[in-house]
Structure formats: C-alpha cells, structure tokens
Write a protein that binds this ligand. Structure first.
Ligand code: TYC
Length: 102
C-alpha cells in the first residue's frame, strides 16, 4: 500500500430488511407407518442424519407431533407435501403439516 492510498471505512453492520416469516414443518404420529419408513423420509426430504431422523421419529411417536424444521412458507409447504406424498405412494397415512412460527 503506498502513502496515497486511502482506505474506505467499512460499515460494521449490514442493514437488514424484515426477514420473511418462518413456517414449521410438523410430523404427526400415526399407528400404521413403519418407523424405518418415517426415518427414511426424514433423511431424504429434510437431509437429516440417521441419528437426527430417528430422534424426530421417536419424538413424534411418543408425543404425537414433532417439529421437523423451519423454512420460509413456500419451502415448508413443498417439503411437507412431498414427504406426505412419499408415504401416500406406499399406502401409509404418514402426515406432515405446516404452521407459521409465532
Ligand atoms: N407410530 C408408528 C408405529 O408405531 C411409527 C411412527 C412414528 C409413525 C412417527 C409416524 O410420525 C410418525 N409404527
């Protein structure tokens, strides 16, 4: 850097506009879908590890529902629909729903 070079001060904070509201994807328990199938769908559609997917499946199984992840509305709805459809394609009543995060 020579003596004539000036450095422009950099802003420390990037001003942010309002963040888009997030929506939860919720997994519902049922009595028929095999546990390993639920785990497989969670891994495929939500990119979870075996461990994470197993934990979420067990939580839904024992409590009735479990929040899988949060996304902007369009992504949440697309993923919930695809995951529900994966169960339906095999004749299972597996259900994923969405709701806005408070
Ligand atoms: N309750 C199912 C069974 O016992 C397994 C299951 C778990 C299904 C979680 C859905 O969201 C679910 N085979």
């Amino acid at each position: 850097m020579n003596a004539n070079t000036t450095t422009k001060p950099r802003a420390k904070t990037v001003p942010r506009l309002a963040r888009p509201p997030l929506h939860k994807v919720i997994l519902l328990n049922d009595d028929y879908t095999p546990r390993d199938f639920v785990v497989r769908v969670l891994k495929a559609e939500f990119r979870m590890s075996e461990d994470q997917a197993h934990r979420v499946m067990i939580a839904a199984h024992t409590k009735g529902v479990c929040v899988v992840a949060v996304f902007i509305q369009e992504i949440a709805e697309t993923k919930a629909t695809r995951a529900t459809e994966a169960g339906r394609a095999k004749g299972y009543p597996l259900q994923f729903t969405t709701e806005p995060e408070e």
